[in-house]
Design a protein around this ligand. Structure first.
Ligand SMILES: *Cc1c(COP(=O)(O)O)cnc(C)c1O
Length: 443
């Protein structure tokens, strides 16, 4: 099977240019840092479109496959526009993500609304914007959505989110398909849910599951597809329902470090489609539509973050800490999951690594370490550090901890760079603050 882009650490356009600097999308990273400031998120359009093509090509033999990008990995209007132009739909988990794709001009019938505790306002927004599917997670939501659909004189098109009881080997916090999970209906609760739906303003189209994230062992999808097809067949027969959709979620991994061995999307597709055919034959149903919701594997590799190196500290007989101008507020993953990353110094990418250092963030937490023990050439103040594979779950988890402005994001392609998210300003930071009048008199 061919390689796919999620198996690479660096964006596909990444190379060393004539100035001896690293470039991406034909843009010199040192120049980008100068022009836009750091920290800076950079997204390579060619890599992003390339991954979308990998997915489309990998599943081309089964026309009833639909790609739904999981917006939570990175949700901006420009990236939404690119992914939409590649023919993908969108999985959204909040009013904010729903509104972003809506305002970008996405066909809302290609949007699926997910989440384990959707609010009344969010469900109403989904009904009013004409979101194609709502994946209902629990009994409270079933009755709530039914009431809201009635109040709007509408039928809500839904899937049931189920917990298939599959363990995958990934970090505990990003495992979601095992039985003791906060997400979805247990298999033993499905019939009760369906019986409620039959008497409601809800129209059930199929079943939805998502078993975890940063998955390297594609065999878990075989089990997942089998459970979904089996349940679909059982419900079709028991309730004479026309159910023809399964959504197998996302989860395919990416390569953060040399030690990571994510699967090729082509290998995963081959296995998913084979097990689909096996299960369809085994349970005797017609070919269902299959939905996939990759997030991380779509956007991660296209993104890098640029930082400027500042102070260093050599602990006597200990580590050498090298501090950068960002950290846990623009990339929460190392402090949250002990996630690992790879980086190079963009202004001397070919210099030999002279020592192992620890890249520290600028935030007031000892846990704010971006990379433990990385071999780098002698780091000097003003050097530009490029951290790879930061497209997913970096900006989308960014905070204003320490009242630091969120970085800008630029899109690069064919030697051109465009701002797609402006850097926050100091006034943005205080823009939502209010001093009550009674305090103002004392100031
Ligand atoms: C998070 C999530 C995804 C995307 O997962 P990735 O690991 O980023 O591919 C897809 N579907 C659901 C329901 C999710 O919660």
């Amino acid at each position: 099977m061919p390689d796919s882009i999620n198996q690479f650490i660096r964006p596909v356009t990444c190379c060393v240019n004539d100035n001896g600097n690293l470039e991406i999308g034909g843009c010199d990273l040192v120049e980008l840092a100068k022009q836009y400031g750091t920290p800076l998120y950079v997204i390579d359009e060619q890599t992003l479109r390339g991954v979308c093509c990998d997915y489309k090509r990998a599943f081309v033999s089964y026309p009833k496959v639909n790609m739904m990008y999981a917006s939570k990995a990175l949700c901006t209007m420009a990236t939404t526009a690119i992914i939409s132009s590649e023919g993908f739909g969108f999985d959204v988990v909040s009013a904010g993500e729903m509104y972003t794709v809506y305002k970008t001009g996405v066909d809302m019938s290609k949007v699926l609304f997910n989440g384990n505790n959707k609010s009344v306002d969010e469900l109403l927004l989904a009904l009013d914007l004409g979101v194609g599917r709502i994946s209902v997670d629990n009994f409270l939501e079933l009755s709530l959505l039914n009431e809201l659909a009635k109040s709007r004189n509408k039928t809500a098109d839904i899937l049931l989110r189920i917990t298939p009881g599959i363990e995958c080997h990934t970090h505990e916090y990003i495992q979601t398909g095992h039985l003791d999970s906060k997400f979805g209906f247990d298999l033993t609760q499905i019939d009760e849910a369906v019986e409620f739906i039959l008497e409601s303003n809800l129209k059930l189209h199929g079943l939805h599951a998502h078993i975890g994230s940063q998955i390297f062992e594609t065999k878990v999808y075989e089990d997942e597809v089998d459970i979904l097809v089996k349940e679909l067949a059982r419900l079709q027969k028991k309730y004479s329902l026309k159910l023809d959709e399964i959504n197998i979620g996302g989860g395919i991994g990416v390569k953060y470090t040399e030690a990571d061995m994510p699967p090729s999307v082509y290998t995963a597709a081959d296995l998913i489609l084979k097990s689909l055919q096996t299960s369809i034959a085994k349970y005797g149903i017609e070919e269902p539509s299959v939905f996939l919701e990759p997030g991380r594997s779509i956007i991660s590799t296209s993104g890098v973050t640029l930082y400027t190196i500042g102070s260093s500290k050599q602990v006597p007989n200990g580590k050498k800490y090298v501090a950068v101008d960002g950290g846990m507020s623009d990339n929460a993953r190392p402090s949250m999951y002990r996630a690992e990353y790879t980086a190079v110094v963009a202004n001397k990418p070919e210099e030999k690594s002279s020592q192992s250092v620890t890249i520290a963030g600028r935030f007031c937490e000892s846990g704010d370490i971006l990379i433990q023990n990385i071999n780098l050439p002698e780091p000097e103040e003003g050097d530009i550090l490029c951290v790879f594979n930061t497209g997913a779950y970096n900006y989308s988890m960014a905070s204003n901890y320490n009242r630091v402005e969120k970085p800008a994001m630029v899109l690069v392609n064919n030697s051109q760079s465009d701002i797609i998210v402006c850097r926050e300003t100091l006034d943005d930071l205080i823009g939502h603050d209010v001093i009550p009048d009674r305090l103002r008199t004392d100031v």
